[in-house]
Design a protein around this ligand. Sequence first.
Ligand code: PLP
Length: 420
Amino acid sequence: MKDLFAKIYKDKGPLGKWASQAEGYFVFPKLEGEISNRMKFQGKDVITWSINDYLGLANHPEVRKVDAEAAAQYGSAYPMGARMMSGHTDLHEQLQNELAAFVGKEASYLLNFGYQGMVSTVDALVSKDDIIVYDVDSHACIIDGVRLHMGKRFTFKHNDIESLEKNLERATKMAEQTGGGILVISEGVFGMRGEQGKLKEIVALKKKFNFRLFVDDAHGFGTLGETGAGAGQEQGVQDEIDVYFATFAKSMASTGAFIAADKEIIDYLKYNLRSQMFAKSLQMQLVVGALKRLDMLRTMPELKQNLWKIVNALQSGLKERGFDIGTTQSCVTPVYLKGSIPEAMALVKDLRENHGIFCSIVVYPVIPKGLILLRMIPTASHTLQDVEETLEAFSAIRSRLEDGTYKRLSAKLMAAMGES
Ligand SMILES: Cc1ncc(COP(=O)(O)O)c(C=O)c1O
């Protein structure tokens, strides 16, 4: 019989296999210093474009003060136990009420982590007779939630309403046999390429099909919509989203998450969400910190204005210089270049070492072979000077990519990786 670990010794997995070339630099890099537009990487100052601190709250002095006071008052233990047992407080309730009001829903419920909460919410919303129809490019937390589902599921092509309609037809036929219902899941903003989910078109299909809509709006919350209530508000269909989800890990620059819906749905979920029933309650310093951040989202529209000033300057500057930024409709700013993985590595090294620009790099298998995606997250704490320096650097690296400099530089890497 095989040793369970045999496969682990043999194969580190699709990303793990790059560890010896990539770790510490391209993956698991250590960004140091206070979270801001400029941090340190391996001792060098870099403009950071890879942190989801959209509104610049992570290191805002008012936020830091409230976080520190809450930590001093409550420590990191309080309250102990799951919400249902001994971990419930007035402040948890207050935060839920304020979050629900902010996103225009009757009620909300706190989740300890977005990922785990999404998995658990998908699980709690469906039973084996129900059918899930979800976007094929969904975030891992949606996919893992669907994995728990004992019944049928269909994917629709990414943001393709015709494909959704076809799959809703199949799902409807199936649901008529099983006696179940249909849950459609989309994201408000797809975090890799920045397109908004086609929520308006999805909602319009409710006239033809009977389904409920669950939206993961991790990147839309705080950044889109007139008051920052997210992609549903931006597209004028917030009321038609049956269950709304957002994490505190992005605009709120913290940890935790929430779901919001009609009161009756939240009342059901709070008795059926296994991730919350069987896990310690969100700690108080995070609850107090979230109340402060939410207050700032509500009362400081300039945060979102500053964010969009930077987003617009970066995206229009890139387009003016002829860069392909795909079809983003959000702050997420992808830049697509053509090149191999070793070329991409040489290019990112050049960007970091010689231009002081730090952004995330995405390559095959996440995107098609031969493409390099540099993914940038503008924030309210960036300046127009940061944008200008970055645009200059991007023009320089494009020239070097095109004149074969990175091909030459990466020859050694390519040999090491066995690519030609
Ligand atoms: C679309 C999406 N959903 C869910 C999550 C998970 O949220 P959390 O970091 O709070 O676990 C993320 C990443 O943070 C995300 O990008």
